[in-house]
Each structure stands twice: as C-alpha cells, then as structure tokens.
Design a protein around this ligand. Structure first.
Ligand code: GL2
Length: 830
C-alpha cells in the first residue's frame, strides 16, 4: 500500500465519479475520444453506449473498491453464492437506475445527440444461463447488494452464453452467442490465477507423526483466471462482486519444442484444450447429460472458488473452527456439490485436520437449494468417469458415504433396504454418484423454492433423509424477483404512477408497501392512467412483433403470453392445442357469434435445448399454426399466433409489461416454483395456471378470484399416470378434433407432428395434456368472459399488484440470511 507520507497526495487525486449532467457528458466524451479513440465524426450509437457504460463503470468501481475494503476490514461472516448460471441481461440500464442517475444520463445523452433508449439497446445481454435458475441467481445478487449483505457470487465466464435462436421457415436454428467482443462490465484479474488439477493418481504416505496422508499427483494443470463484475445495490453504495472464472493453459503448457520445430498447430493444442473448459454454457434446462466436459467445468469452478474463499479466510488468522462463523457457501442446485468434497480435501489433505473435525466444518458451512424433483434433472455422475478425472475426490466421497451409512445402519437397524436407498453410490451399471444426496449430507440446511415443492422434496426424493436427520434440516424459501429490474426498469411508467400514489419509490425496497394501492381502486384518474400504461406497453410489444415477424397485431386484443424454456412439462403443447381448438371453434361460428368474441393474440417465446426433438417440434407446430391462422382472412384479428424469436432477459423486459394474461400451465408437481409468473402479475397481468409451484402462493396472496386456476392437482398425478399405463386413458373429444385437424394436414405435413400427437394419444400422455384439456379450454372461456368487463378486469389487476409484496427477492434473501446463512448486513457508513 501507499506509504503514510504520500497518502494525502493520493487522496487529493482520488477519482470521484460524476454526479451532474455536465460531468457525465465530460466523462462520456472523454471515454469516447480516448478509451475508444473515436471522434464526434464517427460516434454511432454503439460508441455512445460504450462511452456512457464506461462513465458509469467508473462510478461503480469507486464504490466497489470501498465496499470490498469495508468488507475485508469488518471481519464478519460473508456469503458465497455458487451458481453455474447467472442470467444477468443488460447492465447499463440497471446501473443507471441503481445509482439513481438515469435522468442525468438521459439529459446528457440528449445533449450529445442520442436517445437513451437507443443507447441502452446497443448492449449485448450477458446470457450466462438457461432460464429460471440462472435468472434467480441474478435477482439474488441484486437483492444481496441492495440489502448490504457482504456477498460474492462465483460462476464461470463462458465465452459463449446461451445460443441465439433464429426461427427459419418455422424451425429453431441455433447461432453461437459470442458476447465478449466489448464487455465494459468485467475486470480481468490476471494476478488472481489458480492452478486446477485433473486426472492423475493418489499415493498414500505416512507423515512425520505416522499418520497416513493422501497425495494427489500427476495429471494435468489448467489455470483459472478471475474476471470480476461489479454488482451495484439499489439506493445504497454497496457494490458487491461477481467473480467469474475463465480457463487458460497453465504457464508450462505452451509447447516450445513443438513450436521451434515448426509444429505451430500442435504447439497451441494444449492451450485450446484448456480454454475449452469455460468455452460454452451447456444449453440444457432441467436436464442432465453426464458429459465429462461438464464435470470438468464443475470441478474447475468449485476448486478455483474454494481456493479463493480459503485464501481470504486464512488472511483473517482465525482458527479453522471459526470457518463456519465467517463463511456461508450456498449451492445453487447440485451443480457445485463438488465444492463440498473439495473443502474436505483441503482441510484433511492440505491443512492436516482430522476427518471428523473437518467434516463438521464442511457441514456447518454449506447449504443446498434444490430446484427440481424431475428425475431427468437430478445429477448423477458415473463412478468410472469420476475415478479418472478426480481420483482423490472419489475416495473422499466413498469415505463420506461409508461413515454416513454406518450411522444409518446403527440408527435404523431394522430397515435393511434403507442403506441401498440412501447410499450416495447407486449400485447400477456403471455405479453412479448421486449428487443430491451428497449435497444433502454435506449441508446443514436444504431448501426447496416454493411451498409445494419443499413439501414434495420431503415426501419424495429426500423422504429417507427426513427420517434420518429429522424435518428441521429441510426448509422452504419461496423464490422472488427483484422489483428493480422487473418493475422499475421494465415498466418505468407503471413504477412512476405507483410512486406518485404512494409518495415515493420506497416500495422498490419494501415491496409490501404496494398494498396501499388498494386504497386507489375508486380513483378514476389513477385507473385510467393505469390502463393507458398497459395499452402503451402493448403497443410497444406490437411494434416489436411487427418489426421482427412482419405480422400486425391489434393492441386492443387480449394478449395471451407464454414465454419460458420449451419443455414438455411446461406444456406449451397444451397451449398450442388450445389455440387450434379456438381456431376451429371460430371457423365454425356464424358472424353474429364471432362478433361476441374477444380478439386474441397468442404469443409464444422460448428456446428449446438443441437436442430436444419434442420441444423443437412444439416450436414448429406453433409457427405452422401461426402461418395458417395469421393468413386466414376469415379469422382476421380474432386470433393471431406469434412466435417471438430469441427470448432473453432484455426481451422479457418488453414482453412482461404487455400481457393481459400469461400461461403457467405445467403438469402439477413439476414446476418447482416458476418466477415469470411473479413478473407478469407484478406488471399488472393476470395469470392462467395450474396448482403448481409458486402459483399456489400467488393465489394465496392475491386471492382466488384474481387468478384462473385449472387442472388436476399434484396429489392426483401419480394415480392418473398409473391409470394411463393400465389402459385407462380417454382422449378428450375436443382434443381429438384438434388432432384430426393436424392429421388432415391443415397445418402442413402431418408427419412432422406425429411424434408429438402420439406422445399424448398412444404413449401414455405422461404430462396429462388430455386430462387437463377440457378444464383448460373452459377456463380460457372464463378469461374471455372476464376480459369483456374491462372495469372489473382492471380492478383484478390492480388488486393483484397491490398484493405481490411477498414475491420480492429481498424477502427471499432475508429468509436465507436469517434461517440458513446466519449473516448480518454491513451497511456503508453515511
Ligand atoms: C428451476 C425450476 O424449474 C423453476 O421452477 C424455478 O423457478 C427455478 C428457480 O428456482 O429453478 N430448476 C431448474 O433446474 N431450472 C429452473 O428454472 N432450470
């Protein structure tokens, strides 16, 4: 650090960051002219974005440095949030709002010849995630900073985020998302590099005290390089850190011998192999595929993060026993479970702690959030694969398992089968490591993400573990969303209207304050403005649809939206089959009947995993139906069917505020929580949904009369499926009519849709589309009816928004902090 005598000089020149419009313009132009080497003659919107982003970045960095210093000196417990996905979206708009300088930037950019909206939209989304799980991590970072928790996120810096989706001739085409061309929000820390070992073998040796120690040797080393991203809180100076690791060949890996002998390509081979580790995000949502590279990613990231965390702890000079008092590590799903094993390895093999003491430190430190009960998403790794890649870790897993099973056997001697059921090692061919069990055994708390889901994990996948550990180890933290991005940023006019009624923006940090909106249900001006805002948001979306698909939709029609990953369990097929039913019904109506019908726009969006054939077929069916319906003059504006390509966070910011109704229609018991349901309601849209995930708690909060629920309950699903497999299956007659239309070729070559139709008609209808079809169609009729009474509809929307306070991710983070992490906030000194 700088010597005492020079500190005054240093402080005098210390950077302060802009606060006024003039200063903002100074900084922006300076960055454009010097950092970017551009002039006023060649400054386009992208350069303006870059200049403004760098000006804001400077401001963030100043607070970020101070925050990190404060957290280091405070010597108190920190949270580390380990997530393989952070679906951040764009950063500039968020930074402007969080530091409270968007108006300054708007005026400044106007002076310089730009519209702020055009500048903001130049930014490439940071799309390091698939869907809800990754976006939840991003909302949590925002809340942790806003609430002043000393918290870091740890993830991977993928060179390619989730692919870009193009719809070509009605089919999904995947385009690589190379997003790092210009990313002002990351800081490479080339000085923070960790050696990560793979493969090799384990040797046992006696140390000086005669104790046997394991030594992991050989194999290969890859470097992990840290890239840091500042995370500004809203209305606070706290700026936390998200550290993303990038892989690089370790120093010795460039083969000079090969290079000198002219083998240029061979000489960089190792380098390329090393860089592959953090090259791509696996594009699967709620599905595990057991690929070696994925396991490599997981260990690479866990080992680098733990090295970093341990190094930071060691600087405090606290004894190891204090580790759980200083460090809370949250596992976002099972993807970081190897961190548990790595921690035990560090404590036992490197730091020389005794096994039992080490394990109690590990359990005291870690907690695990489960995000799915679906079997195909539960991670398992083959024992031979792990033996090869991580030989020492596999030994540790076996030892953990052996001690755990001994305890189980002693405690439940009568239940012989229990050992097989709860073993971390599944006795299959090949043997598999069950990561969810390992995460549960190595953590002090396990939580689900909505009440129903947390109940389900206790009665299904973790039933035996509830018996073994007692119910207190398992808890619920219902998901939430950040109102900063999902109301204030996405829907600025609505946020402003609410603020004008509630006397300021306090609701953005205490969302329960929204409940005061119910006092304005009789305020005609307020309601009129509310309605105008919704209409303007629909006009904006209609324009986006026109620009991207060429189809004109009427903003006065009812906008019915389903945007999320395409998955059979989320049942976009139920939606499109319902749309076909509607189409056929309209076609059969006489003009008088048609006049009574509310015009609809059915909007779909979302990516299918590249290898998920059925999901891709659903996309193709939606596009094919759109092709027919949108060109049917007979139907006109009564029905339009739209597929919005490349659904992502920044598109969600346009789509979410424009819904009248949105669809959250998973087979009951399959959607752990869902978070887009919360976003839509918070933006004044109603929802149609099944009794699943957070829909149930949304209903509890907003009231049954403000939501359109339908379909079978989770508790009946198993029986229905069982009945199907024994031949007790009835195809709903209306659904049959829909299938007949598809089979007749009305929407193009029927052969393309046969697998989709047959999954329902012939192969057991696993997701209960037919069982729920009638109830779904009838409920949509209720939606149509309700929408006719615009006054009553509006009242439902406002009432619902007023009651959404519970679903802030701030509430969620407070629950984690108090119940699971046991950490205190560290607010900046005024
Ligand atoms: C998910 C769940 O499917 C979803 O219901 C939940 O809201 C999120 C966040 O908890 O987690 N689980 C999962 O694997 N993905 C999700 O989105 N990808």
């Amino acid at each position: 650090s700088i010597p005492e005598g020079q500190r005054e000089a240093w402080k005098k020149h210390s950077v302060r960051g802009f606060t006024t419009k003039d200063q903002f313009e100074d900084e922006t132009v300076r960055h454009i002219e010097t950092t970017l080497a551009r002039s006023l003659f060649n400054c386009d919107e992208l350069a303006a974005y870059s200049g403004a982003a760098l000006a804001f970045r400077d401001r963030l960095v100043i607070e970020w440095n101070k925050t990190q210093q404060r957290q280091t000196f405070a010597d108190q417990k920190r949270v580390y949030y380990l997530s393989l996905e952070f679906l951040m979206g764009r950063a500039l708009d968020n930074a402007m709002l969080n530091v409270g300088l968007k108006d300054v930037a708007r005026a400044g950019l106007k002076d310089l010849g730009f519209r702020i909206e055009d500048v903001i939209s130049q930014e490439h989304d940071a799309a390091l995630g698939n869907g809800g799980l990754g976006r939840l991590a991003a909302c949590f970072l925002d809340s942790m900073a806003t609430l002043n928790y000393p918290a870091w996120g740890y993830g991977l810096r993928y060179r390619y985020g989730i692919f870009k989706q193009e719809i070509v001739d009605g089919y999904q085409v995947e385009i690589p998302d190379y997003w790092l061309d210009f990313n002002p929000w990351e800081f490479p820390r080339h000085d923070i590099t960790v050696d990560i070992q793979f493969y090799g073998y384990v040797r046992k040796e006696k140390d000086d005290d005669g104790k046997t120690v394991a030594i992991w040797e050989g194999g290969e080393i890859v470097d992990a390089v840290a890239y840091d991203v500042p995370i500004p809180g809203y209305g606070t100076a706290t700026t936390n850190n998200l550290r993303l690791w990038s892989s690089k060949a370790s120093k010795g890996e460039f083969d000079f011998q090969k290079f000198n002998s002219g083998e240029y390509e061979g000489s960089v081979g190792d380098q390329q192999r090393a860089e592959t580790i953090s090259a791509v995000l696996y594009p699967n949502d709620n599905l595990e595929r057991g690929k070696e590279l994925r396991l490599k990613q997981q260990y690479f990231w866990c080992a680098a993060s733990l090295f970093d965390i341990v190094r930071r702890f060691k600087k405090t000079k606290n004894p190891w026993s204090k580790f759980p008092d200083m460090v809370a590590i949250q596992l976002n799903d099972t993807h970081p479970t190897l961190a548990i094993v790595e921690m035990q390895r560090i404590l036992v093999d490197i730091e020389g702690l005794d096994w039992v003491e080490a394990w109690s430190i590990v359990q005291g430190t870690f907690s695990y959030a489960n995000h799915t009960v679906m079997p195909e998403a539960l991670e398992k790794w083959s024992v031979p694969l792990m033996q090869n890649l991580l030989p020492r870790h596999l030994q540790i897993i076996y030892e953990v398992n052996s001690q755990f099973l001994q305890y189980v056997e002693k405690t439940f001697p009568k239940d012989r089968d229990m050992l097989r059921r709860v073993s971390i090692i599944e006795e299959s061919q090949p043997k598999m490591v069950r990561m969810a069990y390992l995460a549960t055994i190595g953590s002090h708390k396990v939580n689900g993400v909505a009440e129903l889901h947390s109940d389900l994990i206790k009665t299904t996948i973790f039933k035996d573990f509830v018996t073994i550990y007692g119910p207190d180890k398992f808890t619920n933290v219902t998901n939430g969303i950040t109102p900063r991005r999902w109301l204030h940023q996405a829907n600025p006019r609505l946020s402003e209207l609410i603020a004008s009624k509630l006397g300021g923006y306090d609701f953005l940090t205490d969302l329960t304050k929204l409940n005061k909106l119910e006092h304005f249900l009789d305020d005609a001006d307020f309601k009129k403005e509310w309605q105008e805002i919704k209409y303007a948001n629909k006009v904006r979306l209609a324009q986006h649809i026109k620009d991207t698909t060429g189809v004109s939709v009427d903003p006065k029609a009812l906008f019915d939206i389903q945007v999320k990953r395409i998955h059979e369990y989320k049942r976009q097929q139920l939606n499109i089959l319902g749309v076909i039913h509607r189409y056929l019904t309209i076609k059969a109506m006489n003009p008088e009947e048609r006049k009574k019908l509310a015009p609809r726009v059915s909007i779909f969006g979302g990516k299918a995993a590249p290898g998920y054939w059925m999901a891709k077929t659903v996309i193709h069916l939606v596009c094919s139906v759109g092709e027919v319906v949108n060109n049917d003059k007979d139907v006109g504006d009564l029905l339009k069917v739209i597929y919005i390509e490349d659904y992502n966070v920044s598109k969600a910011e346009i789509i979410t505020p424009a819904s009248d109704i949105s669809e959250h229609i998973s087979t009951a018991g399959t959607e752990a929580s869902g978070t887009s349901n919360m976003k839509f309601v918070l933006n004044g849209g109603l929802i149609i949904g099944t009794c699943d995930g957070a829909n149930i708690e949304i209903t509890r909060e907003i009231g049954e009369s403000n939501i359109f629920l339908f379909g079978n309950l989770a508790e009946d699903v198993e029986d229905l499926r069982h009945a199907h497999t024994y031949g007790d299956f009835h195809l709903d007659p209306d659904l049959n009519r829909v299938f007949e239309a598809i089979k007749s070729g009305r929407f193009g070559d029927a052969g393309r849709f046969s697998a989709l139709c047959n999954s329902i008609i012939e192969h057991g209808d696993y997701y209960l589309v037919s069982d729920d079809f009638n109830s779904y169609v009838k409920t949509h009729e209720l939606v149509d009816e309700a929408y006719k009474d615009q006054e009553a509809w509006l009242e439902k929307c406002i009432t619902s928004v007023a009651r959404m306070g519970f679903f802030s991710s701030d509430r969620c983070i407070q629950e984690y902090a108090e119940m699971i992490w046991n950490v205190e906030p560290l607010p900046p000194k005024e």
